[in-house]
Design a binder for this molecule. Structure first.
Ligand SMILES: [Zn+2]
Length: 322
């Protein structure tokens, strides 16, 4: 249990990290919490991004495993309630996040925007209090309806089905804070939403952007790597001053701005190389032994994620992803 003093201190440290963009050579560029030297007690981390706007990071898996990376949520506090974008991967983890939000404000959570419909961002959603409005893309709503039906059968924690959907764009204003929920194209889940705060010039990108974590197609193989690149370009065109990844550390903004470009380039490399192998008629099963990932081969989870990623590009080239 993290005391208020500790939270205060970690907020201060986080604020310092955030402001110290000029010394951004300091951080080791990886999503791997073990390499960064973190301990389990260092999580969750709450980072202030702007006045009343916070990033929340908790570990996806355990340290010492190949899942030692963070899953990130956005918290926007207003005097008419709180908006959360993406939750965490289990009821205890989401409960912990709600507890931490309670230390930031006494305002109730009004909206939860499901930017990514994968379990690591929604499995804890039943922890939110009654009265919360869940918002998702129609594609994600359908995914969640199916998941909820499946879970109801095996007695797992239920997952609330979103009451509202955003297919393109919706603006929510709470206490004078404008928040735009945007669908800028398919990327990792197919229902990828992002949250843009115009006044703060801040874009929470959810699973459209991982910080130094190799692109994954997801357990349900929902990603579309070729379209994903275009979606990132549309996000880049917003020219947000503050960008927030859905996975990987919430580093200083100069680092994150660079890493967003690097992440797009990792997808461009994946697609170009997969296309080369596809055109050379290299069987998909053999392609991961010939692909030239260049600098991206060392990214966290590249070894784990590359085979499925190549297979997905092959399917996308062949028009076999709806
Ligand atoms: Zn995820």
């Amino acid at each position: 249990m993290q005391g208020f003093a500790t939270l205060g201190r970690s907020l201060m440290v986080a604020a310092l990290l955030f402001l110290s963009g000029i010394v951004h050579g300091q951080v080791v560029r990886t999503a791997d919490a073990d390499v960064r030297g973190f301990r389990a007690g260092d999580f969750p981390r709450v980072t202030q991004l702007a006045e009343n706007v916070y990033a929340y990071e908790d570990l996806m898996g355990e340290l010492g495993t190949s899942f030692a990376f963070t899953t990130n949520s956005l918290i926007v506090v207003t005097n008419q309630g709180v908006l959360v974008a993406d939750a965490q991967g289990s009821v205890p983890k989401t409960r912990r996040m709600i507890e931490e939000i309670g230390k930031l404000t006494s305002q109730p959570i009004r909206y939860v925007v499901i930017c990514a419909d994968h379990m690591d961002h929604i499995a804890g959603n039943s922890a939110f209090p009654a009265g919360v409005t869940f918002v998702a893309h129609p594609t994600s709503k359908a995914v969640i309806e199916r998941a909820a039906a499946r879970l109801a059968q095996n007695g797992s924690a239920p997952i609330p089905v979103p009451q509202e959907t955003v297919a393109d764009k919706r603006t929510i204003t709470l206490g004078g804070t404008e928040m735009q929920i945007l669908f800028l194209g398919r990327a990792h889940t197919g229902g990828d939403l992002q949250v843009y705060l115009p006044k703060q010039n801040l874009l929470f990108m959810s699973e459209v952007f991982f910080n130094r974590l190799y692109p994954s197609v997801g357990g349900t193989k929902s990603a579309r790597p070729i379209e994903w690149i275009e979606t990132i370009k549309r996000a880049e065109a917003l020219n947000a001053q503050i960008v927030v990844p859905g996975h990987g550390f919430v580093d200083s903004q100069p680092v994150l701005k660079e890493e967003l470009v690097a992440f797009r380039r990792s997808l461009e490399n994946l697609v170009a190389e997969s296309r080369r192998l596809h055109d050379a008629k290299v069987p998909v099963e053999a392609a991961s032994r010939s692909i030239n990932l260049g600098e991206f081969q060392y990214w966290y989870r590249a070894v784990n994620n590359v085979p499925d990623a190549i297979a997905q590009v092959y399917l996308e080239i062949d028009g076999k992803l709806n």
